[in-house]
Design a protein around this ligand. Structure first.
Ligand code: K1U
Ligand code: ZN
Length: 186
């Protein structure tokens, strides 16, 4: 197992459409182990493989609360098979856009087909945080970021800040998680 670096915007790899996993083999299992180590260390509640630079349709997630036992979940080749017409709004964050949070409106519930860690076909119906997180992560494997769902004005402001930071050579998440005035937006 190894902790990997998480890509941050404006890294263009975050805009790639990830390829389906052909077979859930030992290399995919090793990737999943690395993703969990990276996600728990960040810490985050979800991670898409592309966020560590691997353009494969693999997602890890753990929505357990701090005082609950870990509840790791894996979604391989996930596909939204149904989305509710009713919408819900949640404040989202993204490990690839450190220290920025914004409200996003998405379908309140979704059904998702996927392969589990053993390569077995599954389908779940999700609502609440699970529905939000699944949609956020499925967006990642399609090259879409949560800032694509907010106003252009806010998105441009975020992109400008991270492009400036990149010019200063700040290309790791650690560079953004320090609480200094130049790292605050708005
Ligand atoms: O995909 C990612 O970038 C991970 C992201 C998932 C997510 C969060 C909120 C709404 C939708 C999707 C994160 O995990 S951001 C960090 C976070 O939310 C968190 C971190 C520690 C404890 C609790 C939450
Ligand atoms: Zn994200």
């Amino acid at each position: 197992m190894a902790k990997r670096d998480i890509l941050i915007i404006p890294d263009t790899r975050l805009r790639l459409k990830s390829a389906p996993v052909a077979a859930v083999d030992a290399s995919v299992s090793a990737l999943i182990d690395d993703m969990f180590e990276t996600m728990y260390d960040a810490p985050g509640i979800g991670l898409a493989a592309i966020q560590i630079g691997v353009p494969q349709r693999v997602i890890t997630m753990d929505l357990a609360k701090k005082d609950e036992p870990k509840k790791p979940q894996v979604f391989i080749n996930p596909e939204i098979s149904w989305a509710a017409e009713e919408k819900a709004t949640y404040e989202e964050g993204c490990l690839s856009i450190p220290e920025y949070y914004e409200e996003v409106t998405r379908p309140k519930a979704v059904k998702v087909k996927f392969l589990d860690r053993d390569g077995k076909a599954q389908e779940i119906e999700a609502e609440g945080l699970l529905a939000t997180c699944l949609q956020h992560e499925i967006d990642h494997i399609n090259g879409v970021l949560f800032i694509d769902h907010i106003s252009k004005l806010k998105r441009d402001m975020v992109m400008k800040k991270f492009k400036k930071a990149q010019k200063r050579g700040e290309t790791t998440r650690a560079a953004y998680t320090e609480d200094t005035p130049e790292h605050r937006i708005g």
